[in-house]
Design a protein around this ligand. Structure first.
Ligand code: NDP
Length: 292
């Protein structure tokens, strides 16, 4: 039997529509337009595509988009000065510095220079701490998108066994924190985990955020489990370039109850959540009720 697919593209479109409606209301009732500033340093082609898409979707939602493209040899001091300017700009409610940064720039230093209230990526150390302690935080977009899809499917996640494969600061760790906050029993697996296949087989919810093409086969999946594949891997097969996840979709789809495809699963949710976070940041900045 084949698993049910979660259509991330359609889900993301619904989130964006909801954001757009709320933005429209903010403009009409309060005369406020949320603004998102995206900073790109260097010419990494994948980052350029991401930044272009973010700018386009920001405008489509009725928000203001401010793009700052800096050359790859930009100094740390110049980048920090730009961040200070954006922190002080009342028209900017969200600031995103596209990662990875060139090697000569210290990402931690740069991210932690962003005003936490404008840190729509949720990577600032204050937001990480707020999330870990169950307080009101800016939540990283990709895990937030995964959580939204899971809540939509299950309603309550309470008591479910969740296994997150991957412990990065941008996906694995915040994903685990969010699942814990929703009362899952959470295991984080990583490259040193012993008998990882068996660990995965215990999961009602299996989140793969590894960065290794099709690493998780169907026989690591508990029958009927929900599989969320965060991986985005570009591979070449039969002479063609292809995008695959961290899960071997062909075998996993036969075992899982529900699964996100790649592409078209988690991917589209990330920008939708970025827009939702920008709207939230704007409402908080103006002491308005937060969007639901
Ligand atoms: P990182 O490289 O930062 O982290 C990968 C994690 O996977 C590490 O914790 C690592 O463990 C673990 N890992 C690596 N190899 C193995 C293995 N053989 N067995 C078990 N665990 C392993 O990646 P990210 O978290 O940044 O990204 C993960 C994936 O998600 C990538 O494919 C990325 O492209 C994708 N991604 C997708 C997004 C989207 O919008 N859909 C957004 C962000 C990322 P250890 O710590 O022990 O080294």
């Amino acid at each position: 039997m084949s698993a049910q697919l979660i259509d991330g593209k359609a889900f993301a479109a619904t989130v964006r529509e909801k954001v757009a409606t709320q933005v429209e209301k903010l403009k009409e009732v309060h005369g406020i337009t949320p603004g998102l500033a995206v900073v790109l340093v260097g010419e990494d082609p994948a980052s350029e595509v991401y930044v272009r898409n973010k700018g386009k979707q920001t405008l489509e939602c009725g928000m203001n988009s401010y793009e700052h493209k800096l050359s790859s040899d930009t100094s740390e001091a110049d980048l920090l000065t730009l961040i200070e300017t954006l922190n002080a700009d009342p028209a900017v409610h969200g600031i995103l510095v596209q990662l990875p940064l060139p090697d000569h720039l210290d990402s931690d230093l740069v991210i932690n220079a962003i005003d936490p209230a404008k840190d729509v990526d949720g990577f600032h150390i204050s937001n990480v701490g707020l999330l870990a302690t169950g307080q009101k935080a800016m939540v990283p977009c990709t895990p937030l998108g995964c959580l939204m899809m899971l809540r939509d499917h299950y309603g309550s996640l309470s008591g479910l066994n969740a296994v997150v494969v991957g412990r990065s600061n941008i996906v694995g760790k915040p994903m685990a924190q969010l699942l814990l906050r929703d009362s899952c029993t959470v295991t984080i697996a990583h490259s040193r985990t012993k008998d990882i296949a068996e660990v995965c087989r215990g999961a009602d919810i299996l989140v793969a955020a590894v960065g290794r093409p099709e690493m998780i086969p169907g026989n690591w999946v508990k029958p009927g489990a929900t599989v969320i594949d965060v991986g985005i891997n570009r591979i070449e097969r039969d002479g063609k370039r292809k995008l695959v996840g961290d899960v071997d979709f062909a075998s996993a789809v036969e075992v899982a109850g529900v699964i996100t495809p790649v592409p078209g699963g988690v991917g589209p949710m990330t920008i939708a959540c970025l827009l939702a976070n920008t709207l939230t940041a704007c409402c908080r900045a103006h002491d308005l009720p937060e969007p639901s």
